[in-house]
Design a protein around this ligand. Structure first.
Ligand SMILES: *[C@@H]1O[C@H](CO)[C@@H](O)[C@H](O)[C@H]1NC(C)=O
Length: 497
């Protein structure tokens, strides 16, 4: 039923050739070769791969503290203390990157490795040396570094002051970003300020699922989003003012988004839902007017007053910040993994208040969509094509980089389902390009199997397996690594190996 509906939805959108919708496949449309300026890469993040959690003067991050204090919150009671040991063994990653033939490598910098207590006077030269070495080795091998400034591992020295609850984060973060521009900006030309605001804010501030476990639904999450947007805007403006002319790089942000389909193809519902999930972050940065989407400002203010509050839980950014934040990205980074069908909730969803209740949709996958090891991850490549077209139409065809996309399993080397996922999703990107979408970069998540946050090492996303039983942490290419290598070499989407 849902599949049929999806077929109809897609049909109405004018993509009638997506006949195998719902089966993790997608039909190629148009040019079969990627444009010359399109780049393929892979992505990782510091806490998930580096290990060396206290090596050479590194400070403690909220993920170090959380996993150490709450081992039972991680599915297999593990942590990122050693992980894939990339801090000690980056050369193994480099070899894998060279084998794949990637044009860029997206990785993040561990704030605490460079500034152990978070503030920029607490400089740790060994940490700086490490990232200099990573960057220089990449460039020596023709691989461009794409650097995420913040990927979820806030220094506890900053969390002490409230982290993203406190507007102090604006100067704390932009000071940190400025130091990175100074240290590495002569060689790093692509910066991503923040990775996945929804994860940072909803999971860590709107709930207690992840550090800092604030657990203030419908309030803490919006405070976090607001401060994060301001910190992003400040860091972007700083680059423009002091570095852009000389360094000539790009600064953007990576947003995490599940595409939505409507059971009845109700455009009003799709638009509203997209404003709530993508627009909450994208609208202030990429729209013509800036600030939060008007529908959110209006609806959340009304709910807040109905709750007897004096102020809205999501106030306007105000004139000054609206101006700072609007236009504060040279590209939109998108992490796309999956999609959901939505329909208006018959009864209020979630706690009162909460972002779920504000959103007010029931959200579910189609039962026919193939599921990964992760319980939230279903293969629905149409969602990626549809998302790219939505961004093209809603945000004036802004430059887009797919900064993550990937599939989890048990870590098997014959990972045919991962190949199918990559094949269909990268084809979806090519279809979107053929349809005029301004997307020029794709990063597969992930290079190596790594620490999947609360899921520990029970869900594997790597193109390379890591021998966790050996101190040498040997990297072993999976079948999908060979597939991706072939895809990169041919700049087309091979039909299997
Ligand atoms: C579309 O959704 C809106 C909001 O949920 C609703 O008011 C409207 O009646 C729906 N339209 C149709 C044709 O179902």
């Amino acid at each position: 039923m849902w599949s049929l509906v999806l077929f109809v939805v897609i049909g109405l959108l004018g993509s009638e050739s997506l006949v195998e919708a719902g089966n993790c496949t997608i039909v190629a449309k148009g040019n079969l070769i990627f444009p010359k300026d399109f780049n393929f890469g892979v992505a990782t993040s510091a806490y998930q791969i580096e290990g060396g959690w206290n090596a050479d003067g590194k400070g403690v991050s909220i993920w170090d503290e959380y996993t150490h204090n709450n081992p039972d919150r991680i599915k297999d009671r593990t942590n990122g203390d050693s992980a894939a040991e990339s801090y000690r063994l980056f050369d193994l990653d480099l070899k894998a990157l060279k084998d794949l033939g990637v044009k860029h490598y997206r990785f993040s910098i561990a704030w605490t490795r460079i500034f152990p207590d978070g503030f920029v006077h607490s400089k740790n030269q060994k940490g700086i040396d490490y990232y200099n070495s990573v960057i220089n080795k990449l460039l020596a091998n023709g691989i461009e570094p794409m650097v995420t400034v913040y990927h979820w591992d806030l220094p506890v020295g900053i969390q002490k002051f409230g982290g993203f609850s406190n507007s102090l984060i604006i100067e704390q973060f932009s000071d940190y970003a400025e130091e990175l521009y100074k240290l590495f900006g002569d060689r790093v030309k692509t910066w991503i300020t923040f990775n996945e605001p929804h994860q940072i804010c909803k999971s860590g501030y709107g709930s207690e699922k992840t550090p800092p476990m604030v657990g203030a639904p419908g309030v803490g999450d919006y405070i976090c989003f607001t401060n994060l947007l301001k910190a992003h805007g400040a860091a972007y403006r700083l680059y423009q003012d002091k570095f852009a002319k000389k360094q000539k790089g790009q600064v953007g942000i990576t947003l995490d988004i599940w595409m939505v389909f409507s059971e009845t193809n109700n455009k009003t519902d799709i638009d509203r839902a997209m404003h709530y999930n993508l627009g909450l972050l994208a609208y202030p940065i990429f729209s013509k007017t800036g600030d939060f989407p008007p529908i959110l400002l209006k609806e959340i203010e009304k709910s807040s007053f109905d709750e007897g509050r004096k102020r809205s839980r999501l106030p306007s950014l105000g004139e000054y910040w609206t101006k700072v934040i609007r236009g504060s990205s040279d590209f939109m980074g998108l992490n796309y993994y999956t999609s959901r069908f939505i329909k208006p909730a018959t009864e209020p969803e979630g706690e009162n208040p909460s972002t779920e209740r504000d959103y007010n949709y029931q959200s579910q996958p189609d039962k026919n969509w193939p599921r990964a090891k992760s319980d939230w991850l279903y293969c629905i490549p149409e969602g990626l094509e549809y998302l790219l077209k939505y961004v093209r139409d809603e945000y004036d065809n802004v430059e887009v980089k797919i900064t993550e996309n990937g599939w989890s399993d048990d870590g098997e080397l014959n990972d045919d389902k991962r190949i199918k996922y990559y094949q269909s999703h990268i084809q979806a990107v090519l279809n979107a390009i053929n349809d005029g979408c301004n997307v020029n970069s794709y990063s597969a998540w992930s290079l190596v199997d790594n620490f999947e946050w609360n899921q520990g090492y029970t869900e594997k996303f790597g193109l390379y397996s890591v021998n966790m039983k050996s101190p040498k942490r040997e990297r072993i290419p999976k079948k999908s690594a060979i597939y991706y290598k072939k895809l990169i070499a041919t700049r087309s989407v091979p039909n299997g190996l």
